[in-house]
Design a protein around this ligand. Structure first.
Ligand code: NAD
Length: 361
């Protein structure tokens, strides 16, 4: 298979962890006989330095040409007080928009070697393996009318939670398709006891479900879902929800995994003419200025994002599984970065990347 991938290393540790994720992609391509065509673009603070804008036109063009995009992280402290349009983070929102990615996927799983890193009791989190599918382009973050008006006691603020049927259908199909490659269970999360918006959400999810008779569907109200995530996380396979509920629940899910450096994410759009799903893959963490340039960032979130790229954009499940198995082997060996609190001397970013590649070979 020909894999055309755009690499956007970004700022701080983004560049360091992406280097290791690329090393892993190259190893997988070699071992499984794929042609990997890599291009590299500028995004974030590094792009502002070199071109004056966080998302240069050239980067947008490269992203539209590639089958999938692997990103590091953006953000530099020197831009903390810059106006929003001139901040590195604006590049991130811009590239999501240009690619039209509408579903954010966050796999959450616990690794046996990291079970003590979770603040929750081992018996509760052990064996957790879920994907949170969060709708990314609609809901209360984008709905209109919105704004603050009036004065004094009459000052009021309004946000609007809006979804169209089409927006719900496409993300629901995405969740069911993912479930087919997993344990075949979708849990849709809403607040249909109170919100009309959620009533439409639930009705449309129920209408789509018969297209996937082999996948089981259940529903949870969001307050109960928040509780079940920490009481019984193993009950979830694919958790499907709207934008704001997903924003909140996915951070709760992140606690289950131990360190923020472990967490991958994928933002997915429609299919390209080539058959590949449009996808933007990045670790959940930021550019971590406090440890940037020290070769000590955990690259496993970025490497997990590369595994997600192989699976979701190219359907290469076997290759993605090989990366996950290699990551697990490295975790079990204890050859890990400082954030995972190893017993001996912490490994460097580069050493972890090399160890994952060696385990794949
Ligand atoms: P952060 O995720 O960069 O760092 C939070 C803490 O986690 C830090 O102590 C950091 O050292 C640690 N950490 C993060 N990733 C790690 C890794 N891979 N290995 C080991 N430790 C790791 O969040 P922040 O400090 O709030 O933000 C720093 C900058 O990153 C800001 O400019 C912010 O806007 C940006 N940011 C970007 C993204 C993105 O590009 N998607 C996401 C979040 C934050």
């Amino acid at each position: 298979m020909n894999l055309k991938v755009l690499i956007l290393p970004g700022d701080g540790i983004g560049a360091e962890v992406t280097r290791e994720a690329v090393r892993v992609l190259q190893t997988v391509a070699r071992k499984f006989n794929h042609d990997l065509t890599l291009t590299e673009g500028l995004l974030g603070g590094v792009a502002i330095h070199k071109t004056g804008t966080p998302l240069p036109e050239e980067t947008s063009k490269l992203a539209l040409e590639a089958d999938a995009t692997l990103m590091g992280a953006v953000g530099l402290p020197e831009f903390d007080n810059a106006p929003p349009a001139q901040r590195p983070e604006r590049g991130l929102l811009g590239i999501r928009k240009i690619l039209g990615v509408f579903a954010n996927l966050r796999p959450v799983r616990t690794y046996a070697a990291l079970i003590d890193s979770s603040p929750l009791k081992n018996a509760l989190v052990e064996g957790t393996d879920m994907i949170i599918v969060r709708e990314l382009t609609g809901g209360i973050y984008y709905g209109t009318p919105r704004g603050i008006s009036g004065e004094g006691d009459e000052e009021r603020a309004v946000n609007t939670m809006a979804y169209t049927r089409a927006e719900i259908v496409r993300v629901t199909r995405m969740a069911f398709n993912l479930a087919r490659a997993r344990r075949r269970k979708v849990t849709s999360v809403d607040k249909s006891n109170v919100l009309e918006n959620s009533q439409l959400w639930r009705r449309v999810v129920c209408e789509v479900a018969p297209e996937f008779p082999d996948v089981q569907l259940d529903h949870l109200l969001v307050d109960n879902a928040a509780m079940q995530l920490v009481l019984n996380p193993r009950r979830f396979d694919v958790l499907l929800t709207e934008n704001m509920f997903g924003d909140i629940l996915s951070d709760e899910g992140a606690v289950l995994a131990g360190s923020i450096g472990m967490l991958p994410s994928a933002s997915i759009g429609d299919r390209k003419p080539s058959g590949a799903w449009v996808g933007l893959y990045e670790p959940v963490h930021g550019s971590a200025p406090d440890i940037a340039g020290q070769n000590k960032a955990n690259p496993l979130g970025a490497i997990g994002s590369a595994a997600a790229l192989l699976e979701y954009s190219f359907g290469l499940k076997r290759e993605a599984d090989a990366v996950s198995a290699a990551m697990e082997k490295v975790l079990n060996s204890g050859n890990v970065t400082a954030d995972l609190r190893p017993k001996g001397t912490p490994a460097t970013t580069e050493q972890v990347g090399q160890a994952v590649c060696a385990a794949i070979e």
